[in-house]
Design a binder for this molecule. Structure first.
Ligand code: TEU
Ligand code: CA
Length: 558
């Protein structure tokens, strides 16, 4: 039943609370998104990935769901959702929803019941363990947002597991009743017309049932990986889900898979195994991790990035890649991987070029098409995200100096990606008429959609052209990936090859002007320029290219 439309699609990620507010309460909503669909259409994206909009106390901005069947009223009603879906489909835009089934909110009915007794019908919906003889937690695992991954509940005299906040108890996937409740809920949304799911932390759903303690040297907040990532039954569960749900619909799936290498990713995405279409891997997100994990002040190295990307391009074989620079959990791409001042425009276009000509399905995070950069907040009080607040507390507690704390938070906070979408240069950025739930970026006066749409050289139109190229040339979808000049210090070059079609992509990661010498087999190929981020790049590929700061070139011949 299913076709491979997701291979040639480009996906635009919408963080609903920060996209467009239609009723002045300062929170983006479904009606606001519906109003802005023509903008996404103009960009050329085929699919929207909508972050969670279900009923939720919003401890982790919707990744804590209290009712899978209800829409959080701050985003609108079920009718608003249906009208979003209909309007999107009329524009030929598909919508995939976030599926958060590793955990629920602690306010979910199942959990409330589960807390009450060891014998009722919800008793085994979550992962409960007895205290150790001294009363302490069953394992030494830390949780993502600080503190132990176990929380004690007196009414059961037991601990429950939560890999994320304590308000996000982990579901017990060993229990078949839980799995069938989840499948039922998935069928409900697919039957209502949605086009697929992005599956939150799906690599964590199967726990090693011996619950092994973590190595003492593991970064505490990720120390649960040893017992929870790519666990013994994860593939069995996904195959069951595929058979019971996914295979019945023409839908796409992308699994978010922390702590998953390319060999494991192949298991998730090999079509012959009937699990998922693609996964979000994290290797390129880890290149600038430091002693304390994500919140470091380290800059990535281009050669590491090239190695990682190349490995993923080459090793998925029958599987399929998803391609992304950023999302609602990551800082802004142009700050992290490009140059966010003098060469903000050039380097944002360069990063887009590098990613979108690769093999896989590209994801654009809202505002990336405007080259939004990290947010220079003046004070800690402006940060809202549970991860940032817990890192701040933890760093203070272990005595790190303020300069390091402020810098690493500026560089890595998830709130960098969560400030309201700047639609125009007015005081409220065209986002709301009220007070926004999180402060605007101080950049909005200069960096906004209206300005980008009015400038034919803007990053927005560069993305639009990349999407057009993907649609026009089959080599971008199906071509082999081959790295060229693999030791170049500053330039990442690769080719895509499909039968007689050759696409050559050359991207500079430096603000210096440098020479780039093509390998002999390409030097006289006479390939023609398809796209560049400078107005006057050579129309035909030259054996020696003078690369300007962050220049990005696409040449093609057939
Ligand atoms: O993120 C999962 C995940 O891997 C996080 O630990 C991620 O590494 C972290 O946010 C990066 O700093 C997913 C969602 O995308 C995230 O927004 C949720 O908070 C989390 O799951 C819990 O549902
Ligand atoms: Ca609103």
């Amino acid at each position: 039943m299913s076709t491979n439309w997701w291979k040639s699609s480009v996906i635009y990620q919408v963080y609903p609370q920060s996209f467009k507010d239609s009723n002045g309460d300062g929170i983006g909503d479904l009606a606001g998104l519906t109003e802005k669909l023509p903008y996404i259409k103009k960009l050329g994206a085929d699919v929207i990935w909508l972050n969670p909009i279900y009923e939720s106390p919003l401890v982790d901005n919707g990744y804590d769901i209290s009712d899978y069947y209800k829409i959080n009223p701050v985003y609108g009603s079920l009718d608003d959702f249906q009208s979003l879906l209909t309007t999107a489909h009329d524009l030929n835009i598909k919508i995939i929803m976030d599926l958060v089934v590793n955990h629920t909110s602690d306010r979910h009915f199942w959990f409330q019941q589960s807390c009450q007794s060891k014998t009722n019908q919800y008793a085994d919906f979550y992962i409960w363990k007895d205290p150790l003889p001294d009363g302490s937690a069953p394992t030494n695992w830390g949780s993502t947002f600080g503190g132990s991954a176990w929380e004690y509940v007196a009414s059961r005299n037991q601990y429950y597991l939560h890999l994320f906040a304590k308000e996000q108890p982990d579901l017990n996937w060993e229990n078949p009743v839980v799995r069938h409740e989840i499948y039922k809920m998935m069928r409900h949304w697919l039957a209502s017309g949605i086009d697929g799911f992005r599956m939150d932390v799906i690599s964590l759903i199967s726990k090693y049932q011996d619950f092994p303690n973590a190595d003492k040297n593991a970064v505490y907040s990720k120390s649960y990986y040893v017992g929870a990532s790519n666990g013994p039954r994860v593939h069995e569960f996904l195959q069951e889900m595929n058979q019971e749900v996914l295979s019945q619909y023409d839908c796409m799936t992308v699994g978010e898979t922390p702590n998953t290498n390319s060999a494991q990713a192949l298991l998730y995405t090999d079509p012959g195994r009937h699990e998922l279409n693609m996964v979000f891997q994290f290797d390129h997100m880890h290149l600038d991790y430091g002693k304390y994990g994500k919140f470091s002040d380290i800059r990535f190295k281009m050669s590491d990035l090239r190695d990682t990307m190349t490995e993923w391009q080459q090793s998925l074989d029958k599987g399929w890649n998803s391609l992304y620079w950023s999302n609602h959990d990551q800082p802004r791409a142009v700050t992290r991987f490009g140059h966010d001042r003098e060469y903000r425009i050039e380097s944002a276009k360069m990063l887009a070029t590098l990613l979108h000509m690769m093999k896989g399905t590209p994801y654009i995070y809202q505002g990336e098409e405007l080259a939004m950069r990290n947010v220079a907040f003046n004070s800690m009080a402006q940060y809202k995200d549970i991860e940032t607040l817990s890192v701040y507390e933890n760093f203070k507690r272990i005595g790190l100096d303020d300069e390091y704390i402020n810098k690493s938070i500026y560089l890595k906070s998830r709130d960098n990606a969560r400030t309201p979408m700047p639609w125009d240069a007015t005081e409220k950025s065209g986002f709301t008429t009220g007070e926004p739930w999180i402060d605007f970026s101080p950049d909005n006066g200069i960096i906004n959609a209206e300005a980008c749409l009015a400038d034919s050289n803007s990053v927005f139109y560069h993305y639009q052209k990349l999407i057009e190229i993907r649609k026009k040339y089959p080599v971008v979808i199906d071509g082999e990936y081959q790295l060229i000049n693999e030791n170049d210090s500053d330039v990442y070059g690769y080719v895509r090859v499909l039968n007689d079609e050759v696409m050559i992509v050359i991207c500079s990661f430096t603000e210096n002007k440098i020479n780039y010498i093509l390998p002999a087999w390409l030097a006289n190929s006479q390939a023609a320029l398809l796209l560049s981020n400078y107005p006057d790049s050579p129309k035909t590929l030259e054996p020696k290219v003078e690369m300007r700061p962050y220049e990005a070139l696409i040449y093609y011949k057939s």
